[in-house]
Design a protein around this ligand. Structure first.
Ligand code: GDP
Ligand code: MG
Length: 164
């Protein structure tokens, strides 16, 4: 199997921070699909002896809301086509936003395993704020993590690699 993890979510939730943590010292491979824009990054990592490829679907995000809707579809379609497991990242510091709901609406179309990753849960207080994201109604489960410190990422990966 290919063991591909894709990270999706609105800008600034911490997708690239988690991506960099998952690939560790390994180098990201940029895929310049448009020739100008950094469209996505691929990297390799491993957890408890299982190797995986991780895709950061972030890349360049345009300003207008109209184009942003296309950006959501682009990210999520890329993930739905290529990934074995999708990580839908949200930000417990910022709380639930309309864009998170838009991502959730598109993600409802996939039958691939989706986990909601409640990032920036740096403290216990923030960790408890993940509860509001259950109302998104997507994902097998929600994992609170801090991409910055790495806390919670082990529990998340233990679950993700069960699909590999
Ligand atoms: P992306 O746009 O989703 O790829 O988000 P980035 O990875 O670029 O992160 C956006 C901002 O959030 C940066 O300033 C990060 O340093 C910050 N950030 C990422 N993860 C965490 C975290 O776990 N806790 C906190 N407090 N900040 C974080
Ligand atoms: Mg990014």
């Amino acid at each position: 199997s290919t063991n591909i993890i894709a990270i999706v979510g609105r800008p600034n939730v911490g997708k690239s921070t988690l991506f960099n943590r998952l690939i560790g010292q390994r180098k990201a491979i940029m895929d310049n699909v448009s020739g100008v824009t950094r469209d996505r990054s691929y990297g390799h990592g491993d957890w408890t002896g299982k190797y995986f490829t991780v895709i950061d679907t972030g890349g360049y995000v345009h300003g207008s809301d109209d184009i942003f809707e296309a950006e959501i579809n682009r990210q999520v379609e890329l993930a739905m086509n290529e990934a074995d497991v999708i990580l839908f990242m949200v930000d417990v510091d910022a709380g639930l936003t309309g864009l998170d709901e838009e991502f959730a609406n598109v993600l409802r179309r996939t039958d691939k395993p989706v986990y909601v990753v409640a990032n920036k849960a740096d403290t216990n207080a923030r960790m408890h704020q993940m509860g509001e994201f259950y109302s998104l109604g997507v994902g097998i489960d929600i994992f609170p993590i801090s991409s910055q410190s790495g806390s919670g990422t082990g529990e998340l990966l233990d679950e993700v690699v069960k699909h590999f």
